[in-house]
Structure formats: structure tokens, C-alpha cells
Design a protein around this ligand. Structure first.
Ligand SMILES: [Zn+2]
Length: 182
């Protein structure tokens, strides 16, 4: 049901197979190490956007220390980032027919991010949607993750031991670019 990042990375060629264009949006209320905004993929037909709060890792664990209200705010920033992309408010984001979303679900702000993921599926029934979750409080997160997967809100639910997911999100982003054929 839940898979490891390396297993997800191994599936990327299968996910992108037969697609000549893809727009990928990676979103986190933490950082995505080294990436913020439009990513220069150097690949034809592949657009990648990092809708993260910060570029560098220095705030990567902030979420686990913040108050619930701060976390709700951060989760909503993450949501707004994605909405702005989809509404064309970031003109540098090229929206192709095939959409791919990678959403980080941390322990704090978990339910907000989960609801956001569900609403994304309602809006984009054909998109590929995956979530990355750290394993803090996994027992509490598990029923929600199971629900997301079971009801098709996500195509994959990935679990990492890396809290904050900053480097793991970047690793998956890089693997997608690497796997893109041209
Ligand atoms: Zn964590």
C-alpha cells in the first residue's frame, strides 16, 4: 500500500511512458532542497515547477516545531502556490495536458494537506498524484494515507524516514528529469 522513495523512483519510467508532454508540480510547505519556482529541466516537453516555501534546507524541520495555526498557514501557502500555478498566475509555468503532482504531507498540517490532495483529485481526475510523507507519527497518519490510496485520490503514497522531506522531494524531482527521454 505505502511505498518507499526508491520504489517510486523505479516506477517513474512506467509513469511517463508514452507521454510526449508533462507538467510536474512539486509542492511542500517545507523546502525542496535546491529548487524553488520553475526548474530548468533541459528536456523537451517536460515542465517542472517547485512550489515550495523556501529554496534552502534551513527551515526544513520548522514544521515539526511550529504551532498548529502556523502549520495551517503553511499548508495553505502550499495550496495557494499550486493554485496560482494552475490558474496561470505564474506565467513561466507551462501547463501541458498531462499533469503530475507530488505533494509533501508532514505531521503538522497533515489534515489540511490531505484535504488539499483530495480536492486536487476532484479538479484533475486524470492527473498523476503522489504524496510523500515522513514516518513521524505514521500510525496516526496511516488510516488517512490508506484512505487516499483506496479511494484513488492518490496514485501512490510514499513514505520516507527523512523528516521534512526536503532532500527526498528533490531526489524524486531529479529522478523525473533524469528519466524523461529527450
Ligand atoms: Zn517528520
Amino acid at each position: 500500500m505505502l511505498i518507499k522513495p526508491e520504489d517510486f523512483i523505479a516506477k517513474i519510467p512506467e509513469i511517463i511512458k508514452g507521454k510526449s508532454q508533462l507538467s510536474a508540480v512539486f509542492t511542500s510547505y517545507n523546502s525542496i532542497q535546491g529548487y524553488r519556482g520553475q526548474v530548468d529541466t533541459g528536456k523537451q516537453g517536460l515542465s517542472v515547477y517547485s512550489a515550495s516555501e523556501t529554496e534552502n534546507g534551513h527551515r526544513e524541520r520548522v514544521s515539526e516545531w511550529s504551532s498548529p495555526s502556523q502549520m495551517e498557514m503553511r499548508a495553505s501557502i502550499c495550496q495557494q502556490n499550486v493554485e496560482q500555478c494552475l490558474l496561470g498566475e505564474h506565467p513561466e509555468v507551462v501547463l501541458h495536458e498531462n499533469l503530475f503532482f507530488m505533494i509533501y504531507l508532514g505531521l503538522s498540517g497533515f489534515s489540511e494537506a490531505t484535504h488539499f490532495t483530495e480536492s486536487l483529485r476532484d479538479d484533475f481526475p486524470d492527473a498523476y498524484i503522489a504524496t510523500l510523507t515522513c514516518d513521524c507519527g505514521l500510525k496516526d497518519k496511516f488510516p488517512s494515507l490508506q484512505n487516499l490510496k483506496k479511494h484513488g485520490f492518490v496514485d501512490e503514497a510514499i513514505v520516507t524516514g527523512q523528516c521534512g522531506g526536503s532532500m527526498e522531494m528533490a531526489r524524486i524531482l531529479e529522478a523525473l528529469i533524469e528519466a524523461w527521454p529527450n
